[in-house]
Ligand binder design. Structure first.
Ligand SMILES: [Fe+2]
Length: 276
């Protein structure tokens, strides 16, 4: 595993990791304001075959995988940010379900605002909407899963088979972006498990840094296989909705799940109070 703390990028773990990085980095200009991130992403997306992405997404039952998506300079920026946030990781172990670490949107808002900017990128949203055919909305401010980082840092870290179930009135789409992959972990999945009359189709991919996986959470059965010795993997997850309405009871269940399985009660409750 490389030690990024010795690199110019990873020396950004100061008061404000990503801002410090942006000011020093020439990766996307001498300064990396949101507009430059947006421009770099828009330029990259303009070179993608959007029609092909749409066809593949439909053919695979609301699932798309692209090995190369983010511009390398943005991937490097976000990977450095993910390393700088290692001390903020909340670890959980639910036997038979998952073991690993997470950083919620609330911590990202404080310490890695470029991730929040990417979440709201117009270019990204337009690409995803064209791919899935739905109008997408960001998750509400009190949803810690809106954007989050998942850390696999100890041997055996994993997530078992599951769906990204929507507790909202509408559909919930998941976007996974690989940031760091020094691992043997794979995203195993089964397509068409809820498409009557279509045979199930198993698959398995490794999400390289900058790669993308996009799917309807209620339609893709998936898991992350266990981390090996001396390995590390960090992925970024974005959640988009077609209808952000939710019954209060489901909000309570969703918050309890997030607190127990992902971010801890302190982060979830802090976020709901609107605190930093
Ligand atoms: Fe998932």
């Amino acid at each position: 595993m490389s030690d990024a703390r010795t690199s110019p990028i990873a020396r950004a773990d100061e008061d404000h990791p990503l801002d410090a990085l942006s000011e020093r980095s020439s990766l996307i200009g001498t300064v990396a304001p949101p507009s430059e991130l947006e421009l770099a992403l828009a330029a990259r997306i303009s070179r993608l075959d959007g029609s092909r992405a749409r066809v593949d997404f439909l053919r695979q039952g609301a699932f798309l995988c692209l090995d190369e998506f983010l511009p390398p300079e943005i991937t490097a920026l976000l990977a450095a940010s993910a390393r700088a946030l290692l001390s903020e990781v909340n670890r959980n172990y639910l036997p038979g379900h998952k073991r690993g670490g997470s950083v919620s949107r609330y911590t990202i808002d404080r310490l890695a605002p470029s991730i929040a900017q990417l979440y709201r990128s117009n270019a990204l949203l337009r690409f995803l909407e064209r791919t899935c055919g739905d109008r997408l909305l960001p998750s509400p401010d009190d949803d810690p899963h809106a954007y989050a980082l998942y850390y696999y840092t100890r041997p055996g870290d994993y997530i078992g088979w599951h769906y990204d179930t929507s507790y909202y009135h509408g559909r919930r789409y998941t976007l996974l972006i690989g940031l760091i992959d020094e691992s043997s972990c794979r995203l195993d999945y089964v397509l068409h498990t809820r498409d009557p009359g279509i045979p199930e189709e198993p698959g398995s991919v490794q999400i390289p840094p900058g790669g993308l996986v996009f799917f309807d959470g209620d339609r893709l059965r998936h898991r992350i296989t266990p981390l090996g010795e001396r390995e590390m993997r960090v992925s970024l997850t974005f959640e988009y909705l077609t209808d952000p309405g939710m019954r209060p009871w489901w909000r309570l269940i969703s918050n309890m799940k997030d607190a127990v399985a992902y971010f801890g009660f302190r982060q979830v409750m802090r976020g709901r109070r609107g605190g930093a």
